[in-house]
Design a protein. Structure first.
Length: 146
């Protein structure tokens, strides 16, 4: 018998993971397939040899620090996407729930539209350097980030 973490049940409620064809998760999945899967692949595996990170079992670690959380919004694929701030927040929440919920902090604090809006206005110039620093910080904290 599988034990379901209370966090999973909370995320289901918060993210609205129960619903019909027009539910937020369905829209987020479609947005992922349209705007992200070309690089990150349909299964989130990315192409690490080409510098495109595997999100599976990794994405949630970034939520353990403010800089890591901000980075998920500020990477070019997110910050420059045609998605509204609300849609991007829903997509990021879907990504965490789908690919890396087990690595996210408990309780998982979903991205909000206002947080995404603010972070999209604060894009650092050297985003690749920021990612390296965030990964280094997370490793120092004991998270096995790649």
């Amino acid at each position: 018998m599988t034990v379901v973490r209370p966090l999973v049940l909370a995320c289901v409620a918060v993210l609205g993971l129960v619903g019909g064809a027009n539910s937020a998760p369905d829209r987020s999945r479609q947005n992922y397939l349209q705007f992200c899967s070309g690089c990150h692949q349909a299964d989130g595996s990315g192409s690490p040899s080409a510098g495109i990170p595997d999100m599976r079992g990794q994405l949630g670690y970034f939520l353990h620090t403010p800089r890591g959380r901000a980075l998920l919004v500020q990477v070019p694929g997110s910050s420059n996407s045609p998605l509204s701030d609300s849609e991007l927040a829903q997509l990021l929440n879907w990504l965490v729930a789908t690919f890396s919920l087990g690595q996210a902090p408990e309780p998982f604090e979903p991205f909000s539209e206002s947080e995404v809006r603010r972070l999209r206005r604060e894009i650092p110039a050297a985003i690749e350097d920021i990612r390296r620093e965030v990964v280094s910080d997370l490793r120092r904290l004991g998270y096995p980030v790649r």
